[in-house]
Design a protein. Structure first.
Length: 502
């Protein structure tokens, strides 16, 4: 509903006093302005008009002027007035208004013929053809979504409220240093211990998620015509960010049980995007031999490796897998991480660890392009880390996710068979890929499951080339132990119904 100040602003923008001619009385001019606002759809059905006293004060007219305008609108059926509810635009406008010549509502006017492609750029049209972001972001078995119900709200709220009560201008204005210093320092110390990342605080840059980090890297380090290597299959989010950069030459490099291998015959890349600790989406861990070979190759040709370490905190068996960035001194690796998987996606906070030569220029470019903010939440996260809440939350969720993963895999093996289990099982992450050994079309199957309230992703959509494996990405993190069984049997019913139709 329109607030008084908003409605007054709308009328003032019309130069309303001149409506109908210079000799028209003010109450008639105001009536015409309000009717035009209803006619155009600026005031929607059900919108509440300001109290006459408030509108009179804001328009600098008498209250009688407003009352006369309201009364005329009510007589003609455009508004209704009820005790306790004020004056509102009616839900169904008068037929006389809809049929009168020259006053058809703007929202009903025929739109101009769109340009081919809707006037969008070539890159935008290409992106829309492959867009995969789902409207549904919670539920069984949505991949890549953590259990946000377990977020440590009490600790976060306590820290946030304390900081907000005493927040100075430095926490409430724009940022210019690539993130709050306390968070960069806390992250540098955490990553050195938890992920074997070799960095100092001034190499850390806080971003609004992984996508912004990738966008910054590509805009800053790649020129039109440069070659970029990506994993095949790989994360569609990276591919779509790259597609929006004009003139890049994208090449998909197949992965296997040891991750990406150095290909033959491809152009020399400027950027190489990899997920070595838990390949997305298949789940492979890049072998040490391939990591060293890729680093040596990048040094030799002057390429940058972009290491997306999106969910490596959640490893349920075996030894922790260290980051690629920390394997060698001054490795040509840009390390990217996120709080979306460890805390909650809506936080929209990620981070980069940049080589020393890139840290300052990319910080300045980031500040110029994206206009930094969220200083207060960054300070809160810094204190969560320093006080130990962040590490404790990760330990707690690692146990929960491991249990849920084992439950779901046991159900698949028992009711569908071992041939449906992942062919690459790294024992990590927030999802795995269920194989489809028959002839099922995973895209069609994913849609059938969506209709049944089960949210999965088809593996074939993560391939750029024609040679595609079929499977379903199943996320288990955001499904409680009590819900996993019921959701699995709903999925099983859809699979059985499809097989029964053949």
């Amino acid at each position: 509903m329109a607030k008084p100040s908003v409605c007054a602003d709308l009328i003032l923008q019309m130069d309303w006093r001149g409506l109908g001619g210079d000799r028209v009385r003010l109450n008639r001019a105001l009536y015409l302005a309000l009717r035009r606002a209803v006619d155009s759809g600026a005031l929607l059905p059900g919108s509440r008009l300001p109290a006459s006293r408030d509108l009179a004060r804001e328009l600098d007219v008498s209250r009688n002027t407003v009352n006369h305008a309201y009364e005329q609108l009510q007589v003609e059926g455009y508004v209704r007035s009820q005790v306790g509810r004020g004056t509102q635009v009616v839900d169904t406008l008068p037929a006389a208004m809809l049929l009168s010549g020259g006053r058809a509502p703007a929202r009903r006017a025929a739109a101009a013929a769109p340009a081919p492609g809707g006037g969008l750029s070539v890159q935008a049209q290409a992106l829309l053809k492959t867009a995969q972001a789902s409207e549904q972001q919670w539920g069984a078995f949505m991949p890549g979504v953590p259990d946000v119900t377990q977020f440590p709200r009490a600790a976060y709220a306590r820290i946030h409220n304390r900081l907000l009560r005493h927040a100075g201008p430095q926490l409430l204005t724009y940022g210019t240093r690539g993130g709050v210093e306390a968070l960069k320092q806390a992250l540098a110390e955490h990553l050195r211990v938890a992920r074997s990342v070799n960095c100092a605080a001034d190499q850390v840059l806080i971003t609004e998620g992984v996508h912004q980090a990738i966008d910054l890297v590509v805009r800053s380090l790649a020129d039109p015509g440069d070659c970029v290597w990506m994993e095949e299959p790989g994360y569609w989010g990276i591919a779509n960010v790259l597609r929006m950069q004009h003139g890049l030459s994208l090449h998909s490099v197949p992965v296997d049980e040891e991750g990406m291998h150095l290909p033959d015959g491809l152009p020399v890349p400027r950027l190489i995007f990899v997920t070595p600790s838990h390949q997305y989406p298949l789940g492979a861990v890049m072998s040490m031999a391939r990591r060293r070979a890729l680093i040596a190759y990048a040094r030799r040709v002057g390429a940058w490796i972009v290491e997306d370490d999106y969910d490596s905190e959640f490893r349920f068996s075996g030894s922790p897998v260290p980051s690629m960035q920390g394997m060698e001194e001054d490795a040509p690796v840009i390390y990217i991480g996120t709080f979306s998987k460890t805390l909650y996606p809506g936080l929209r906070m990620g981070y980069m660890v940049l080589p020393p030569t890139l840290a300052e220029p990319l910080r300045r470019i980031h500040s110029e392009l994206y206009r930094e903010g969220h200083q207060l939440p960054q300070q809160v996260i810094a204190e969560l880390i320093v006080e130990g809440h962040y590490a404790a939350h990760i330990r707690k969720m690692r146990l929960l996710y491991g249990k849920r993963r084992r439950m779901l895999m046991a159900l698949i093996e028992r009711y569908l068979g071992a041939d449906h289990l992942p062919w690459v099982d790294s024992g990590a992450g927030l999802h795995f890929v269920m194989q489809l050994p028959g002839q099922d079309d995973d895209v069609v199957l994913a849609e059938d499951l969506r209709q049944a309230g089960i949210f999965v992703k088809p593996l074939s959509r993560y391939y750029a080339g024609p040679h595609r494996r079929r499977g379903l990405l199943l996320g288990y993190a955001c499904v409680s132990e009590e819900e996993i069984g019921a959701a699995f049997f709903r999925m099983l019913a859809v699979l059985g119904a499809r097989h029964g139709r053949r």
